[in-house]
Design a protein around this ligand. Structure first.
Ligand SMILES: *[C@@H]1O[C@H](CO)[C@@H](O)[C@H](O)[C@H]1NC(C)=O
Ligand SMILES: *[C@@H]1O[C@H](CO)[C@@H](O)[C@H](O)[C@H]1NC(C)=O
Ligand SMILES: *[C@@H]1O[C@H](CO)[C@@H](O)[C@H](O)[C@H]1NC(C)=O
Ligand SMILES: *[C@@H]1O[C@H](CO)[C@@H](O)[C@H](O)[C@H]1NC(C)=O
Ligand SMILES: *[C@@H]1O[C@H](CO)[C@@H](O)[C@H](O)[C@H]1NC(C)=O
Ligand SMILES: *[C@@H]1O[C@H](CO)[C@@H](O)[C@H](O)[C@H]1NC(C)=O
Ligand SMILES: *[C@@H]1O[C@H](CO)[C@@H](O)[C@H](O)[C@H]1NC(C)=O
Length: 248
């Protein structure tokens, strides 16, 4: 009798021990201090880890906007908010949309997803519209975003032509909020800067087409010699303006 109870006690304590040990072993990885929000912000790293943002990461990197976000998130007291379109969002754009954009427009497209201020999801529900983005005021475009609260803890974001819902915070905390969207917020580029629908079929007779291939196709204005240079300078100037905007 006595030996039975002691045996069962021993068994009990062994199972208890095991049950105590195994969750601990399992918990070891999650227990490792959650990668703190301290340390330098890395927007592409955050999106890379979340997965499914390959195109946006490529655009952020190519346009150097990633560096701007990282720097500003680190230095600004206001923080930053990034609306991150998924690869699905980019795949759902009409074919060739990105390729039709000039370099400058690609920069603006990316900046249209970057707000120079930290917004929690709840603050977006009541924010006064339109909300400034990093693209606001560029190239004469008023690229603001409108946010409207809907039922539950959900927010719609609109840039005029496109409206979509924010479901998910990839990264909720100050100084950098990152929200997932399933549509790309393509700014409404003014017709002056938009790539005109069909570049005039420049009929270069294939036999004699020698000479430098003219890449600038500015059908509206007579391309006078300084035209090309202006485009180049405009891009550089625009970029440095962005940077100045970020620094101030
Ligand atoms: C963040 O900003 C501080 C100054 O505010 C600077 O010393 C530090 O090097 C910056 N870190 C990064 C990763 O840029
Ligand atoms: C940010 O993360 C990306 C991808 O994880 C990495 O390639 C890059 O080196 C990181 N940048 C910085 C500044 O840590
Ligand atoms: C948000 O968008 C969805 C469709 O995308 C729409 O059904 C809903 O009414 C919108 N809510 C608000 C508050 O605009
Ligand atoms: C955003 O809201 C403002 C004010 O409500 C409105 O005037 C503007 O047309 C809206 N813009 C877009 C892109 O929806
Ligand atoms: C361009 O040239 C091709 C032949 O090379 C011709 O068929 C076509 O009609 C021409 N288009 C224009 C707009 O002149
Ligand atoms: C174009 O010009 C180069 C020299 O400038 C010449 O070598 C080449 O054969 C020319 N091609 C045609 C198609 O005329
Ligand atoms: C080129 O265009 C600019 C304005 O776009 C004008 O001021 C200038 O006179 C033009 N130059 C020539 C050579 O046509």
């Amino acid at each position: 009798m006595a030996s039975y109870t002691s045996l069962s006690l021993i068994l009990l304590s062994i199972t208890q021990l095991l049950s105590l040990l195994s969750p601990q072993a399992q918990a070891q990885t999650p227990l490792a201090p959650a990668p703190a929000p301290s340390g330098p912000i890395n927007i592409t790293g955050i999106l890379d880890k979340a997965g499914g943002y390959g195109t946006f990461i490529r655009l952020l990197t190519e346009t150097q906007v990633a560096n701007q976000i990282n720097n500003q998130a680190n230095t600004s007291t206001e923080g930053m908010t990034v609306i991150a379109p998924t690869d699905n969002a980019f795949n759902n754009l009409p074919a060739g949309t990105l390729n039709k954009l000039t370099d400058n427009q690609q920069v603006q497209l990316v900046l249209n997803h970057v707000l120079p201020k930290y917004y929690s999801l709840t603050s977006l529900q009541t924010v006064s519209n339109p909300v400034r983005t990093q693209a606001t005021g560029q190239e004469g475009g008023v690229f603001g975003l409108n946010f409207t609260g809907s039922q539950g803890n959900q927010v719609n974001v609109s840039c005029g032509a496109v409206e979509t819902q924010i479901y998910n915070a990839v990264r909720p905390g100050f100084p950098l909020a990152v929200y997932q969207v399933d549509k790309v917020l393509v700014p409404q580029f003014s017709s002056a800067t938009a790539p005109t629908a069909a570049p005039p079929a420049a009929n270069t007779t294939s036999g004699g087409s020698n000479g430098t291939k003219t890449t600038d196709e500015n059908p509206a204005s007579p391309p006078n010699a300084s035209g090309r240079m202006n485009v180049g300078l405009g891009l550089v100037g625009g970029l440095s303006l962005f940077c100045m905007g970020l620094l101030s």
